[in-house]
Design a protein around this ligand. Structure first.
Ligand SMILES: [Mg+2]
Length: 214
């Protein structure tokens, strides 16, 4: 076996469903835009989605609510307040607590490695009660000023872990292909009906079996 393997987890769409984050981006922000700019909600939603898409998830701005509030002329809105409004919608997938508990009790150092901005990550970790499982909880966008679209994020993670790292997440590029390109082991998890690929795992139980098989 040799050195202990560090296990790294994406957050949104991997440990938590997207219900909470989607509420902020697809509901909360469009409602504010609708009111402020005097457009119907469906139109405001279209405007928001178009703007997000144009920026794209490889950009750090995609994750920064304060950037988007500024962009839509809503500088006076408190981002933390807007996020907190939807905190009750945070939901962990059923396999998360048992799997994190099992891996932790077997001595694997666990890391939370997410592109989510700090405010989002903190609310999800706190509502989900998952802080005690992790030795590091990293908001790649806020803490390191980069995103998982960049291989250097995973090189830095590997350096931080001081040894081998295996990462799992639901974004085919950012959680699987990019970390592999940086020399990490990585798995893609396909929750619900997101896009899959050959070798995608359906749940964290399958992931545990792979990790232990190595
Ligand atoms: Mg994700």
């Amino acid at each position: 076996m040799g050195r202990r393997l560090t296990i790294s987890f994406d957050l949104d769409g991997t440990l938590t469903s997207n219900r909470f984050v989607d509420s902020v981006w697809m509901e909360g922000l469009p409602e504010l835009v609708s009111r402020r700019q005097g457009m119907v909600l469906s139109e405001a939603r279209r405007v928001c989605l178009g703007a997000y898409e144009q920026e794209g998830p490889a950009s750090i701005r995609w994750y920064q609510l304060s950037y988007w509030l500024d962009y839509f002329g809503l500088k006076d809105v408190d981002p933390a307040g807007l996020i907190s409004r939807y905190a009750s919608r945070v939901e962990l997938y059923d396999d998360v607590l048992p799997v994190l508990g099992e891996l932790q009790s077997q001595g694997f150092p666990l890391v939370l490695f997410s592109n989510a901005a700090r405010h989002f990550l903190d609310v999800e970790v706190s509502r989900g009660g998952i802080a005690p499982f992790f030795v590091h909880m990293i908001s790649v966008s806020d803490d390191w000023g980069m995103t998982k679209a960049e291989a250097r994020a995973f090189l830095r993670l590997k350096h931080l872990a001081g040894g081998e790292v295996v990462h799992i997440g639901d974004h085919l590029d950012f959680d699987c292909l990019v970390p592999r390109s940086a020399g990490l082991q990585a798995y893609h998890i396909r929750r619900d009906e997101g896009p899959g690929a050959e070798g995608s795992l359906d749940n964290l139980r399958e992931f545990v079996a792979r990790v232990k098989g190595e």
